[in-house]
Design a protein around this ligand. Sequence first.
Ligand code: SF4
Length: 340
Amino acid sequence: PEYVLEARDVSKHFTVRGALGRTTVVHAVEDATVRLKPGQILALVGESGSGKTTLARMLARFHEPTSGEIVLRGEAVSRSGRARRGYHSEVQLIFQDPFGSLNPMHRVRYNLDRALRLHHRHLTAAEREERTTQLLERVSLTPAAEFAAKFPHELSGGQRQRVVIARALAVEPKVLLGDEPISMLDVSIRLEMLNLLQRLRTEDGLALLYITHDIASARYLCDDIAVMYAGQMVESGPKEAVIASPQHPYTKLLIESSPDPERGVGDREAFFAGADELGEPPSLIDPPTGCRFHPRCPFAMKECGEQAPPRAELGDGHWAKCWLHARGRAGELADTTHAA
Ligand code: SF4
């Protein structure tokens, strides 16, 4: 199969019991599709509350989709089917918080050895010891013996995240899902971590889903970008196309509000001069009808509030869901571009 991992039209609804025993349904993800090829880095970009973490957790099988399918190497993963451990030997999730994801009571050696024992039962203790050394070297924690003997609290945040990555690699996965893997690290070491992820892709052909709210790091690391807003995918395509020429007003807002020293500041204000108040992303309990971005969109038309926009195919795998395309008004997006 062309894709190593796919989410096909997945939705996730959570039922939440509130005060007075009343239940409400949160539409966290609606009809999202993600496709990852071996060796591809796809950035999933959106604000907090956009559904990107829920989508990642479905891809990691920590949540089962309410509808839609997760497909691993061409095979639909059924709820009762493939054992979770089998799945996790191919797909590993790296969390944002390296502090919480290691066992603090045990040394690094134990943390890695445990993953090796669980996923490679045939290895002898001596072989696991050797693998542990190799794994630490791969993530540049050297001398390996020294780091293997440390407890998680004796490491810096960046070192801890390297151990987490080493542990994920111990399993020899085909896919890494990184949920904001650098956002809790010092700014000074973020670039190093991105370079490490890039290297793993090149050396191992790992596919990486890089989940972030930060367009700048996505721009640095990825090949392709998918943008989520209020639980839905609104645009996706090759990085160059999406960043140079966003075809959805929300993507444009994200890009223009991300810090870029070459462009200066103030674009966001200029772009949204027509919209009084940007406001917050909408509630997922009672999301807006039609296009979920319409209450914040300066281009909104009558149909935007009534009907979900169709998907416009823009070539080279680039698409956007916005009525501007169906109405021949896409040029207006480009007209608001601020010349570099
Ligand atoms: Fe704006 Fe309408 Fe496009 Fe939604 S569909 S982004 S409201 S123009």
